[in-house]
Design a protein around this ligand. Sequence first.
Ligand SMILES: NC(=O)c1ccc[n+]([C@@H]2O[C@H](COP(=O)([O-])OP(=O)(O)OC[C@H]3O[C@@H](n4cnc5c(N)ncnc54)[C@H](OP(=O)(O)O)[C@@H]3O)[C@@H](O)[C@H]2O)c1
Length: 291
Amino acid sequence: MQSTNLQSTNPTTTRRGTTLVIGANGKTGRRVAARLADAGWPVRPASRSAETRFDWVDESTWLPALTGVDAAYITYYPDLALPGADEAVGAFAELAVANGVHRLVLLSGRGEPGAQAAERRLQASGADWTIVRCAFFDQNFSELFADAVRHGVLAMPGGDTREPFLDAEDIADVAVAALTDDRHINQLYELTGPRLLTLADAAAELGAALGREVRYVPMSAERYASELVSHGLPREEAVAIAELVAEVLDGRNAYLTDGVQQALGRPPRDFRDYARAAAASGVWAPAETAA
Ligand SMILES: NC(=O)c1ccc[n+]([C@@H]2O[C@H](COP(=O)([O-])OP(=O)(O)OC[C@H]3O[C@@H](n4cnc5c(N)ncnc54)[C@H](OP(=O)(O)O)[C@@H]3O)[C@@H](O)[C@H]2O)c1
């Protein structure tokens, strides 16, 4: 995968220190950590199970994770739009700045009032911040919904809303540029993919990449919440996630932006390329033949 060659853009930064990557084994965190390491930047991977323990619900893990780093990539779990995220991110950002960690890059979402509240807490923290406000990730289909795609039926809220699905590889490229180039300080990038697709369009593209049918079945948020519960999610989290999915896919985000172009000087990757690469990786191979 061709990632940003950090040298080509003549980045200017005074930083030379270690970057804390929160959610380091997540969809964006692992890509950010790998890119930084590949470019020779010291990285401190953090999460509940990573080398450095970090837990959003256990504040005693925050300062040890921050000690000795000079920047942080912040992903909040389970979702930045959920109640309490703004308080947690705000408290973390203030603790970071109070301990000399000024460069903070936040992963955010589009059309989510809760996420925007967290963004404002970061902006008010005194940090040299960058906000990466993202559309729905392509990689949801090969991670969160991998089973559904494998079985050929994508049942979820969304209806015929068009969404500019975004490749996590582009998100990681923007986040790494922001962490290593001061020109991105105090910038908010709203990132989308290059095309608007309905979920039925996305299912058709996945099916075309796989050479077998994948179809989209519209589902109410209530029904979807029950499905999530049947897959082991606690009811409260399931209801919150189902309502969030229905909210972000209610049409408020059905427009393109040039955020990737602004930050990186190139267009975003296309969903079709993601689908082909993911299909070739075998991630949706039928369970018995899956690696
Ligand atoms: N998916 C989308 O379409 C989308 C769109 C826009 C914005 N977002 C935002 O993306 C963020 C999620 O980022 P992602 O997709 O890169 O991650 P992800 O794939 O959801 O992975 C979650 C990461 O968080 C860690 N984690 C889970 N519980 C934690 C806790 N209590 N404390 C600390 N870390 C914890 C996990 O590792 P451990 O299990 O080891 O802790 C894992 O590394 C959310 O804030 C969401 O709002 C997502």
